[in-house]
Design a binder for this molecule. Structure first.
Ligand code: NAD
Ligand code: 6OH
Length: 472
């Protein structure tokens, strides 16, 4: 597959090939970067902020106008249930453009009046300028959502972009190019190159001398490779990476709501969300009842065709990723886990058997040092462990090299605040999960990332600030 000019785009629900995709070589990536460079110097770079914001609203309008197309493309590429793509991925893509279009119009910058010892003053104020050409590299789990999460603020700040979507999910980034045209975005502002990482479009883009910054979402070890690639030219990076997120369930939680919440936090998108909870800690008095309730939920999830409106769980993204997840299912057994639900591959008796499905899976009984408790699996699976005290569970939750998200479930609000503030992560939810306000800081600590995006944090990453000091 590698090294050729084309690679197949595979539907994970049945293994069928839905498209052949052109792999960009070094020359094609260079052409895209040069087009982006010309565009940043052209009409786009000269547009006023209100005019730019109006165009971004038009992009959102155009996504909404082709809503069904985007949903169909995302479902075919990822195998995610049509209900999920319709509720989450495509609406969020439009929302990303609207939020940053509005924000750039109102975002202020600091001003200081400086008193000097000789009795004169100086006024300091900063102006926002585009960084230039941004390289955007994104993963396959929420392809359009995560791509537009970066493209929208980058364009709002007046930059141009070259995006490299995951080789597993090329469709919606390509469709977005058509939408950009419909919305009147000038040529060269949004460029798409397809291909892989190492020795392919991803690496050519990150190493390109004329790319001013790289924004990346994906695995922590890919982030490390990209850091090395950009080091020579000292490009700024923004990294949203992996997680091994903890959910902490106190005995005083609202039991039914919490079971529903954890069910979603573990299994949404077949567990392929960086924010998913793979470690669930439950206070001992309710441990057994909670495990049983979660088991019932997992066993009732409807696994099946992504095209059925009632489907809760689609396949994993690829045969390779399924092999990785199954290797952890085997490892859990070797490490001595007790299997509570799932653990295998579902059988359908139809073409879905050629898809990359696994069963939603729950384990208990592993020590905290087990690899299945330490390493990101990125599948529909969690380990549930009991705890006895707040202090103990805070220590367990924080005992990880990752630090993306956590959730805390309790009806004691004081405890909610207290525990939340001790979490060594970028995002903590109390009595909810993946409830997003796009103005808030989003990112992780440790292996989970560098920097924050969201709201003003995105605008600050995607712009250069020039501080102007005027003596008077
Ligand atoms: P991945 O790191 O394998 O790939 C992500 C992108 O990077 C793809 O487009 C890929 O082609 C490209 N790439 C790979 N190697 C590269 C290289 N050397 N140079 C340049 N580009 C390269 O990640 P994935 O498997 O697509 O996604 C799953 C991972 O993403 C999980 O670890 C998950 O936790 C993480 N993720 C994190 C967030 C977040 O916001 N923190 C969000 C979604 C996914
Ligand atoms: C990771 O898989 C999910 C990331 C979500 C976001 O970046 C977001 O903005 O909601």
């Amino acid at each position: 597959m590698r090294g050729k000019d084309e690679f197949p785009d595979v539907n994970p629900a049945d293994g069928s090939v839905i498209a052949q995709v052109t792999e960009a070589d070094r020359g094609l990536v260079d052409g895209a970067v040069q087009a982006a460079r010309r565009a940043v110097r052209g009409e786009w770079g000269r547009l006023s902020i209100p005019a730019r914001a109006a165009r971004l609203h038009k992009v959102a309008d155009a996504i909404e106008a082709r809503f069904d197309c985007f949903v169909a493309a995302e479902v075919a590429d990822t195998g995610k249930p049509i209900a999920l793509a319709s509720r989450l991925d495509v609406p969020r893509a439009a929302a990303n453009f609207r939020v940053f279009a509005d924000l750039i119009k109102t975002a202020g910058l600091e001003t200081f009046q400086t008193e000097t010892p000789d009795g004169t003053s100086a006024l300091n104020y900063a102006v926002r300028k585009p960084l230039g050409v941004i390289g955007v590299i994104t993963p396959w789990n929420l392809p359009l959502l995560l791509l537009t999460w970066k493209v929208a603020p980058a364009l709002a700040c007046g930059n141009t972009v070259v995006v490299k979507p995951s080789e597993e999910t090329p469709a919606t980034a390509t469709l977005l190019a058509e939408v950009m045209k419909d919305a009147g975005i000038p040529n060269g502002v949004y460029n798409v190159v397809h291909g892989f990482g190492l020795n392919s479009a991803g690496e050519f883009l990150t190493k390109h001398d004329d790319v001013n910054a790289v924004t990346f979402t994906g695995e922590s070890q890919t982030g490390a490779a990209i850091m090395k690639a950009v080091a020579g030219s000292v490009k700024p990076v923004s990294f949203e990476l992996g997680g091994k997120n903890a959910a902490i369930v106190f005995a005083d939680c609202d039991f039914e709501e919490t079971v529903d919440g954890i069910d979603e936090a573990v299994f949404l998108n077949t567990g392929q969300v960086c924010l998913c909870a793979e470690r669930v800690y439950v206070e001992r008095p309710i441990f057994e009842r909670f495990v049983e309730a979660l088991q019932h939920k997992a066993e009732r999830l409807r696994i099946g065709s992504p095209l059925e409106k009632a489907t809760d769980l689609g396949p994993l993204i690829s045969a390779e990723h399924r092999e990785k997840v199954l290797s952890y299912y085997r490892l859990a057994r070797e490490e001595g886990a007790t299997l509570i639900a799932g653990g295998g591959i579902p059988e359908f008796g139809n073409t879905l058997d050629k898809g990359f499905y696994v069963e939603p899976t729950i384990y208990t009984g592993l020590p905290e040092s087990a690899r299945c408790v330490k390493e990101e699996i990125f599948g529909p699976v969690c380990h549930v462990a009991p705890f006895d005290s707040e202090e103990e569970v805070v220590a367990m939750a924080n005992d990880t090299k990752y630090g993306l998200a956590s959730s805390i479930w309790t009806t004691n609000l004081q405890r909610g605040h207290r525990v939340a503030q001790q979490m060594n992560v970028g995002i903590t939810w109390v009595n909810c999960w993946f409830l997003r306000d796009l103005r808030t800081p989003f990112g992780g600590v440790g292996l989970s990332g560098i920097g924050r995006e969201g709201g003003i944090h995105s605008l600050n990453f995607y712009s250069e600030l020039n501080n102007i000091c005027i003596r008077f």
